[in-house]
Design a protein around this ligand. Structure first.
Ligand SMILES: Cc1cc2nc3c(=O)[nH]c(=O)nc-3n(C[C@H](O)[C@H](O)[C@H](O)COP(=O)(O)OP(=O)(O)OC[C@H]3O[C@@H](n4cnc5c(N)ncnc54)[C@H](O)[C@@H]3O)c2cc1C
Ligand code: SF4
Ligand code: SF4
Length: 433
């Protein structure tokens, strides 16, 4: 059902990560009415799930949750979570028709208090996507402790329809009859802040991800190091042992044409150096080795951060990993080419972290009806004028923010969102004159 006011929004922002939040807040503070559509159950994007941020080691959640709350409470911003933008059609200048589908959570949003009673009784346990499969969650679940909105949802694919959650819910918030709700609006401008996808390391079988439990991804290690972590310490998933000899494999799925991604992901060197320092803080007796091809420490304070890691004792080995094999005790043997000496060597580690790359998320392209949203060679949203007007796409009135246009760290995503929001405001204003 449409709201009572017809077409009350000036701007559609697609994606509720740090870039979408920043762009929405900028426009809302200028007085524009923003509709933010996020496909996930919570806003916050990848950043809300990170541990700390390079190069300052500030807590990621502490920086992002105030912005997330501001977005959720802002009188000029309406947030639709667990929703999809099905159609964006330009009908003229400053005139886009949009079609959005709110998917059913099977929980009535304004009744749920987030009390978790339903989670306690639900008999189904499946992998928790927000802890990157390190632990389980129930079929009815609150996505994560700092989710916004902090309300439950039922994953009907895994639900056995036992009805226990419905019986126990003190707010009568469970509603299995919910159906998708389609809404249509006219907006004046659109900002695409749909972020990125992570490289799937199953595509490199010789690294043993998915086969050896002590080979994990960098996003899993982010969760192990975050304040809202799945375990109370850094543990290896295979046997719960505290690791004491950790390896990072940089460029997993980046700068590698054989897996279809020849470009640099820009953030993996720095987030690995960050994690190495955090592991040394959490496990002071642990050794950490980073296997790299080149270290890309190009931003403000990044080189110093790299030197700081070296000073703390992180070992850097310029080497290309050929394959990883598991020993009976769960330790891993890394066979690699030592680039400095040109020799093939082997090293044993008890936990291996694959520093997975950043891939394009091109799914919003399918929503464009009547006009073709241009993508670049790597399927990121093409910036029409990358050097002098980086927020412009090929469709006038549609702007891009954050990692949707290419790999980018958080400060750059925020700056890019600033550019997109000012371009969007200027587009609306110019056409008003
Ligand atoms: C392991 C790891 C560690 C990192 N550590 C750091 C760090 O320490 N410091 C740093 O500066 N950077 C770090 N980064 C990079 C950081 O995650 C990105 O810079 C940042 O997340 C980019 O924000 P974004 O909003 O553009 O994209 P995202 O965070 O990807 O957010 C995009 C949002 O859009 C939503 N979305 C996607 N498609 C749609 C759609 N079709 N409809 C509706 N919603 C949609 C997504 O669900 C998501 O909420 C790290 C990255 C990784 C992988
Ligand atoms: S659905 Fe009910 S039981 Fe579950 S968190 Fe919400 S209010 Fe609590
Ligand atoms: S009805 Fe589904 S979600 Fe609710 S308790 Fe049973 S299995 Fe869990």
């Amino acid at each position: 059902m449409n709201k009572e006011t017809k077409d009350p929004y000036d701007v559609l922002v697609v994606g509720g990560g740090i870039a979408g939040e920043e762009a929405s807040l900028n426009l809302a503070n200028m007085g524009y009415k923003v509709l933010m559509v996020e496909k996930d159950y919570s806003i916050g994007g990848k950043m809300i799930l990170l541990s700390k941020v390079f190069p300052t080691l500030d807590c990621a959640a502490c920086i992002t949750t105030p912005k997330v709350s501001e977005v959720a409470r802002h009188p000029n911003i309406t947030v639709y979570t667990y929703s999809e933008v099905k159609e964006i059609r330009k009908q003229g200048e400053k005139n886009f028709f949009i079609r959005v589908v709110k998917k059913p959570r099977y929980v009535i949003e304004n009744l749920c208090t987030g009390c978790e009673e339903c989670e306690h009784v639900c008999p189904v346990v499946v992998k928790d996507q927000y802890q990157y499969d390190l632990v389980g969650r129930k079929a009815v679940f609150i996505p994560f402790s700092i989710a916004n909105p902090r309300i439950a949802a039922i994953d009907l694919e895994n639900c056995v329809l036992c009805g226990l959650c419905e019986k126990v819910c003190p707010a009568d918030a469970i509603d299995f009859t919910q159906q998708p709700v389609e809404e249509t609006w006219q907006v004046k401008t659109v900002i695409l802040a749909t972020g990125f996808k992570l490289f799937d390391p199953l595509k490199i079988p010789r690294y043993g991800y998915g086969k050896y439990p002590n080979v994990i991804t960098s996003m899993q290690m982010e969760r192990e190091l975050a304040p809202t972590r799945p375990y109370n310490n850094v543990l290896r998933p295979g046997d719960g042992k505290m690791p004491d000899n950790v390896a990072y494999v940089l460029c997993t799925g980046s700068r590698d044409a054989t897996v279809g991604n020849p470009i640099c992901s820009q953030v993996c060197c720095m987030y690995s150096i960050k994690q190495a320092q955090l592991i040394m803080g959490a496990l002071p007796m642990a050794d950490v080795t980073i296997y790299y091809l080149h270290i890309r420490a190009f931003g403000k304070g990044f080189c110093e951060f790299y030197q700081q890691a070296k000073g703390m004792g992180v070992e850097f080995v310029k080497g290309k990993i050929g394959r990883i094999k598991e020993k009976k005790n769960g330790n891993l043997i890394l066979r690699y080419e030592d680039i400095e000496s040109g020799k093939v060597k082997e090293a044993e580690h008890d936990l291996v972290i694959l520093s997975v790359g950043v891939l394009a998320n091109d799914e919003i392209k399918a929503a464009f009806n009547g006009q073709n949203l241009a993508l670049d060679d790597f399927r990121f949203i093409r910036q029409k004028d990358e050097l002098s007007n980086p927020a412009l796409t090929n469709i006038e009135g549609v702007f891009v923010a954050g990692a949707a246009s290419g790999p980018m760290d958080i400060p750059d995503s925020i700056m890019s969102a600033g550019a997109a929001s000012s371009e969007a405001a200027s587009y609306i204003t110019q056409k008003n004159e």
